[in-house]
Ligand binder design. Structure first.
Ligand code: DON
Length: 613
């Protein structure tokens, strides 16, 4: 607990401890071949970690500015890929590791291409490929792009730029070699000048963490919400960082840290773990290969301590099946006439409900398909609910789609319930916005099939339900029904017409649904549409108690042309005086109906509790 009473972050505590330990590392030398870099304080050490949802933890000198140097290269590569496309960039810059240092003078013998965009030769060509008619526009595109990755406006350090321009003949030689080999077009000094400028952009360790997590998040900066580049581009950049980001240290780096990373001679380093986080480090002392010594120690410890290694099997924390039930355990909220309930009581196991959860990639979709396939005996309708699936990879949709097509061939109809607008499965019969609607549709289909298959006594689902067949009245003796019938008025409702509005004065008036359907809806303040909680079909009795709620958030409306027979409260009161036995029988019938519903609800709850893995 911190002094302000807020709960201290365990991540921050871990980061602070790690920072303190690594601060004690004193190996390495500050780079001086660019004289301005030699002024850096070797004791400086900033560490930052940015999460996929845009939270940034930092420790030490995470806000201390320094020039980005080679850490700029992956981002400029991303901009070139974004501006030109992968194939056009590949024609000019390869993606193979060199096994040599960052300043290697090595081009592909047959094509003249630099081997990859992380070494200086490749970076000089890459900088020439971003959009811009001249080097001024190209540098503006670069600093704007770097700023978008960082989520704030970055600036140029003119002192370091001047220092590198005075000592940059090695890069100029690379530039002439590249132009001679046909890998670089136009003026060499201009091209190398753009590269010098990109290296002299000022960042902090915090900036690097945000830039890295933007790559890890598929190109959207989680702090600003701005899309900088596409997800495919980020895949390509992270792949090249993994093989070449730390040059001739890339193999050992991937072995020990296991994170796509990029180093820089001012002591900066960024690392990214796809779909999880970005790391930014700044500490000037370098090892002989030009990588920050403290950055290596910090990232290796973060990777092992936090289990971040790219090759580490990540066991799915949640099983892909949230629930897998049959229709006898999980039914719709539709109140049905007695004959329908009898059919469902006998045959509801022909409906299966599969609720998936978590991101659906190849492995998860494969597990789901095999789990469902193993338990489909007797199933004719399958509901696939995707409400708990935030993201589906295209391959997962493909697997589920071909599964639904396969099932159709076996006589199983698949329906999907998911947020409106999500990609339903082409092979699914239909899709619904709620699981309850999907369930109700399958129940209706099952009942219709049972009726069609019945040799005699077809149940006409559209037939009006006479009073004698009403749930509450079907067990009443005929003489009592004769007393009740003359008291019942008739009321018709058009689709959308309310029987009970929120907050309406409610009493014991009883409505017997003879034909059509009523829906109980909840009106959530900011929801665009009311939420359909249940539906009441013919044979159902409804009273104002259905919507009695002090928040006035419920109403009952007709879903289609509906006819009710109405027993007014006043008539019930008068009946109590003249025929109390009828009222008593009615109350008993209501109690029995309520008890039956509670038993069904309990049975479903038991099934749901039992089904939670
Ligand atoms: O071109 C140079 O030498 C510097 N501007 C950048 C080199 C660099 O950062 C190498 N990475 N470790």
């Amino acid at each position: 607990m911190t002094a302000e009473g807020a709960v201290a972050s365990p991540v921050q505590e871990l980061l602070d401890e790690l920072h303190a330990r690594v601060q004690t590392v004193t190996d390495g030398e500050v780079a001086t071949y660019i004289p301005a870099l030699g002024k850096a304080d070797p004791a400086l050490f900033g560490l930052a970690l940015a999460t996929q949802d845009g939270h940034v933890y930092s420790a030490g000198d995470a806000a201390t500015p320094f020039t980005v140097q080679s850490v700029s290269k992956p981002f400029v590569y991303a901009l070139a890929l974004h501006d030109r496309g992968l194939n056009a960039v590949l024609e000019r810059v390869g993606v193979e590791p060199t096994g040599e240092g960052f300043d290697a003078i090595r081009l592909e013998p047959d094509t003249g291409r630099p081997l990859n965009p992380m070494v200086n030769a490749g970076a000089i060509v890459t900088a020439s490929l971003v959009t811009g008619d001249d080097y001024g526009q190209r540098f503006q595109r670069i600093i704007d792009g770097l700023s978008a990755f960082a989520g704030r406006e970055l600036r140029l350090d003119h002192g370091v730029l001047a220092s590198e321009e005075r000592t940059g003949d090695h890069n100029r030689a690379l530039g002439y070699l590249l132009r001679n080999a046909g890998a670089l077009e136009g003026d060499v000094d201009e091209a190398v000048g753009v590269y010098f400028r990109q290296c002299s952009v000022v960042v902090t360790a915090r900036d690097l963490a945000v830039m890295a997590v933007t790559l890890a998040a598929g190109g959207v900066n989680p702090v600003t919400g701005e899309r900088v580049v596409g997800a495919d581009t980020c895949e390509h950049v992270l792949a090249v960082m993994a093989t070449s980001g730390t040059y001739d240290f890339a193999g050992e780096w991937l072995l020990r840290a296991g994170l796509p990373a990029k180093s820089g001679v001012s002591g900066g380093l960024m690392a990214a773990l796809p779909s999880q986080l970005g790391i930014g480090v700044y500490s000037p002392p370098l090892d002989r290969r030009g990588t920050s010594v403290r950055a290596i120690a910090a990232c290796q410890e973060l990777s092992s301590r936090f289990g971040l290694h790219l090759m580490r099997p990540v066991n799915r924390t949640t099983p892909v099946l949230h629930r897998f039930l049959r229709g006898d355990a999980l039914g719709s909220q539709r109140t049905r006439r007695h004959a329908e309930r009898e059919i469902l009581r006998r045959e509801a196991r022909a409906i299966a409900v599969c609720e998936l959860q978590g991101d659906l990639g190849f492995a998860a979709a494969d597990v789901a398909v095999r789990a469902v396939s193993d338990d489909l005996a007797g199933v004719r309708w399958l509901v696939l609910d995707l409400h708990r699936v935030p993201r589906t990879e295209p391959v997962a949709v493909e697997l589920l789609d071909s599964f639904a097509a396969e099932l159709r061939g076996l006589g199983v109809t698949t329906v999907v319930s998911t947020e409106p607008g999500r990609t339903p499965l082409a092979a699914a019969e239909t899709a619904f916005g709620t699981l309850d609607e999907a369930l109700e549709w399958c129940e209706d289909a099952l009942i219709a099939a049972a009726c069609a298959a019945a040799p005699d006594g077809r149940l006409d689902l559209d037939a009006a339900v006479p009073l004698s067949e009403q749930d509450l009245l079907r067990d009443l003796p005929a003489d009592m029904l004769d007393v009740l019938t003359p008291l019942l008025a008739e009321r018709s409702l058009e689709p959308g017409q309310a029987l009970f509005e929120p907050g309406a004065a409610l009493d014991e008036t009883l409505y017997f649904v003879v034909s059509g359907s009523l829906a109980l809806q909840r009106l959530d303040g900011d929801a665009p549409e009311p939420l359909r909680l249940a539906s009441m079909g013919p044979g159902t009795a409804v009273t104002g108690l259905t919507v009695a709620d002090d928040r006035g958030a419920y109403r009952v409306v007709a879903e289609e042309p509906t006819v009710c027979r109405v027993l007014p409260a006043a008539a019930v009161k008068a009946l109590d005086d003249d025929h109390p036995q009828v009222v008593e029988a009615l109350h008993w019938a209501m109690a029995r109906s309520l008890a039956a519903r509670l038993r069904r609800a309990d049975a479903q709850n038991q099934a749901l509790i039992g089904s939670v893995p």
